[in-house]
Structures are given as structure tokens and as C-alpha cells.
Write a protein that binds this ligand. Structure first.
Ligand SMILES: [Fe+2]
Length: 404
């Protein structure tokens, strides 16, 4: 919690910490980042520099209908590389799809992975990379640092503005037998290079832009209030909150505006850097259960859950939400912290309504009878450990019911 180490809040929404917390050792993981319009060709240069000759280009059916796969494959060929394109995955990548991708990697003698797509594509590529080096079943690697052997080089090009998978040390895969999502965490899963070309965002379907933008907002807010936050993650978290609040709706009103797309690309990138290092909280722990059970868009579930989790967490730590209110440019930023936190929750709800996502879990197909199982799963999720307020099963069940 931010007040625990006597953080001093400044009017601008940034903070300076006391000397004791300054003495902590901080670590910050991030890939090499290339950012800007027409930066795509840099991915081909990176692959060559990393020693790859035969890339497995992981993408999905949606991306195959855009110009980007052909453009990237052309850049790779112009650098003397022979890519094999594999697109056999679905949203919320499944354990058996990762296994199939790994077979394609081996059968084609690949030596480097390139992911062109959203979070599902990038997570699938990370899963394939783990299996390429370590063998076995992807579900064997659930948890922190379970894959020992170094993975092949990984170059990613995000086509959505939200998942953060292009910068994070996280890989989320659906366990189809248990109908839940497992989280694999490891420093080696941070890609070597992420190439963020905002042009790629202009071909996103509108619903995907809404869902992934809300995911980025959830990353920013959960990372900022996380027990794992620090001075190196806070400004990235707040910056992402400000950028999403100002730009998400505009990208949907003006889909071709590269200005707003670039702002959302930066939002997703900064949110990803924040949460990969600060970890997340209860919204993600709960969302992983709902998403695993019903195969729903991750960002939509997050958007529904987040205001409820904000209210729950603000009971013990309202001060942490004041800088969030500042980032969102809310007039309540000067009110009492509890009022600022309540205003943050309301602003999230308004944004969700503006971008057209349902206001409750029931509309997404969640039944009251599902709640005990969902709550039990959330308590086991790795993201729960950094939520600023501890919760028991009854409290998580109440949160799920509040969000129905
Ligand atoms: Fe997320």
C-alpha cells in the first residue's frame, strides 16, 4: 500500500517516497522497444540480429485477413529469412493449440518465434517457445519460473492496444480439461524485442478495441495499487490510465485516426511495463476464472469487474486512488480519498458503458451457481497475492455477486 512507506503525494499525481523505501533494491524487466508508424520492418532486422534463420510466424485467422501478415513476411524474406506462417489458434489460446504450434515449430526446423497479433497470439508464441526449449506439456509450467531452459528468441508485434503480452513476463493459457486459465510467469518470457507499429491497430474490430483498451486500463489501475508496485512502475501505470481515459472512446469514434491509435499503443505499452513488474490484483484473479469457464474476451470481463474491485480495495487503501483520480482528470481528486476512489469506480463504469460493454456478469452468461467455484479459483490465482486488500472466499463471492 502506498501509505505504508510514507509516500508523499504531489498535486500532479506523482509521488516521492521516503528514504527508507528509496533503499529497497528495485528490478524492472522490459524488452527492447521499437515504437512508431512504419516500424514493422525493424522486426525483420531484429530477427536477423538475434541469429534466427527460419522464423515461425505465429498469427491468427483475423490477422490473415489484414495486410500485415503479407507485409511482415515480405520484410522477413527481404532479409534472407524463410518464415513459416502458423495460425492454428483461437482467442484465449488453449493447451492443445500450443502443443500444435510446437509441432509446427519442430517440423519446419524453426529457430526463432515472431508473434504478430493480440495477447492470445503472443501468449501462444510464448507457450511454443517454452515447449521448444523444455518439452513436455504447457500446463506443467504453471506458476513462477518453472521452465528452466532458455527459450528461443522472441520478437513480437502487437496488433491490439491492451494485452501487454508484448512486454510482460506473463503467459496465460487455457487448461481445457479444468476449464480455467493458468498463468505462467518467468523473466525469460519477456520478449527480446517488441515492435509497436500503431498502423496495426487500425484494422482491429471495434469490440476488440474496446475490450483490449479496458484491459490496459485494468492493468494500469491494478499495477498502481498493487502490493508489488514501486517507484519504477508507478509513473507507467498512471500514464496508461490517463492515456486510456482520454483516447479509448476517441479511437472508436475516429477509427482511422493514427493520433489516437498511437496514444492507445503507448497506453498499452506503459500499462504492460507497469503490471509485468508490479503484478496485478483481484480483478485479474477473478477475470481469469470467468474467462476460462466461458471463453469470453478478457478485457470485457475486466471492465465489468474493475469498478467493484476498486470499491472493495478502497475500503482499506483509499489514498492510492487519489493519483488515479488525477490521472483520470476527475474533479473529485481534491475531495476526500474515499470520494476520489468512488469517482474512479464511477468513471470506469461510464467508460465501459460508452464503449458498449455489458454492465454485469449475468449478461455475459455467468450464473449464480457458478460463483462458489469461480471464487475458489480466484483465491488460487497468482494475481491475488498482490491485491492491496486480502480477501476470503465469502468476500470474493460477494464481489462476484455485486458484479452480476
Ligand atoms: Fe489483462
Amino acid at each position: 500500500m502506498h501509505t505504508d512507506h510514507a509516500a508523499v503525494m504531489l498535486g500532479t499525481g506523482t509521488r516521492v517516497s521516503d528514504p527508507a523505501s528509496r533503499r529497497r533494491v528495485l528490478k524492472f524487466q522490459a524488452p527492447e522497444i521499437v515504437f512508431g508508424e512504419h516500424s514493422m520492418i525493424e522486426a525483420a532486422y531484429s530477427v536477423g540480429r538475434l541469429g534466427g534463420r527460419r522464423p515461425l510466424l505465429v498469427t491468427d485467422a483475423g490477422l490473415l485477413s489484414t495486410p500485415w501478415v503479407d507485409e511482415l513476411a515480405g520484410h522477413l524474406r527481404s532479409q534472407g529469412l524463410a518464415p513459416h506462417i502458423w495460425s492454428g489458434l483461437t482467442p484465449n489460446p488453449k493447451d492443445h493449440e500450443v502443443a500444435a504450434g510446437h509441432r509446427a515449430y519442430r517440423e519446419n526446423g524453426c529457430d526463432v518465434l515472431i508473434a504478430l497479433g493480440g495477447g492470445s497470439v503472443i501468449d501462444a508464441a510464448k507457450g511454443i517457445a517454452i515447449l521448444a526449449a523444455n518439452g513436455g506439456d504447457i500446463l506443467d509450467y504453471e506458476g513462477i519460473d518453472r521452465a528452466d531452459l532458455p527459450i528461443p528468441p522472441l520478437v513480437v508485434l502487437p496488433s491490439t492496444a491492451g494485452s501487454g503480452a508484448d512486454v510482460s513476463q506473463f503467459c496465460v493459457v487455457t487448461d481445457t480439461a479444468r476449464r480455467t486459465k493458468i498463468t505462467i510467469i518467468g523473466r525469460s518470457l519477456v520478449p527480446d524485442v517488441t515492435v509497436v507499429d500503431p498502423r496495426l491497430l487500425t484494422t482491429m474490430p471495434t469490440e476488440l478495441a474496446a475490450a483490449t483498451g479496458l484491459d490496459a486500463l485494468t492493468h494500469g489501475i491494478e499495477a498502481f495499487v498493487s502490493l508489488g508496485h514501486n517507484e519504477l512502475t508507478d509513473h507507467h501505470a498512471l500514464r496508461s490510465v490517463a492515456l486510456v481515459t482520454r483516447n479509448l472512446l476517441r479511437t472508436m469514434e475516429e477509427p482511422a485516426s493514427i493520433l489516437h491509435r498511437t496514444a492507445m499503443a503507448q497506453a498499452a505499452l506503459e500499462a504492460g511495463m507497469a503490471f509485468s513488474n508490479a503484478i496485478l490484483g483481484a480483478a485479474h484473479a477473478m477475470s481469469h476464472q470467468v474467462g476460462g469457464m466461458l471463453d469470453l474476451p478478457h478485457g470485457v470481463v475486466n471492465g465489468v469487474l474493475l469498478p467493484h474491485v476498486v470499491r472493495f480495495n478502497a475500503v482499506v487503501d483509499p489514498e492510492s486512488f487519489v493519483p488515479v483520480a488525477v490521472a483520470m482528470d476527475l474533479p473529485e481528486q481534491t475531495a476526500a480519498p474515499v470520494e476520489a476512489a468512488a469517482a474512479v469506480a464511477r468513471r470506469i463504469e461510464r467508460l465501459c458503458a460508452d464503449v458498449g460493454i455489458p454492465s454485469g456478469l449475468a449478461a455475459l452468461g455467468v450464473l449464480d451457481a457458478d460463483v462458489p467455484r469461480l471464487a475458489a479459483g480466484a483465491l488460487q490465482d497468482a494475481c491475488m497475492s498482490t491485491n492491496p486488500r486480502a480477501a476470503d472466499a465469502a468476500e470474493i463471492e460477494a464481489l462476484f455477486r455485486a458484479a452480476m
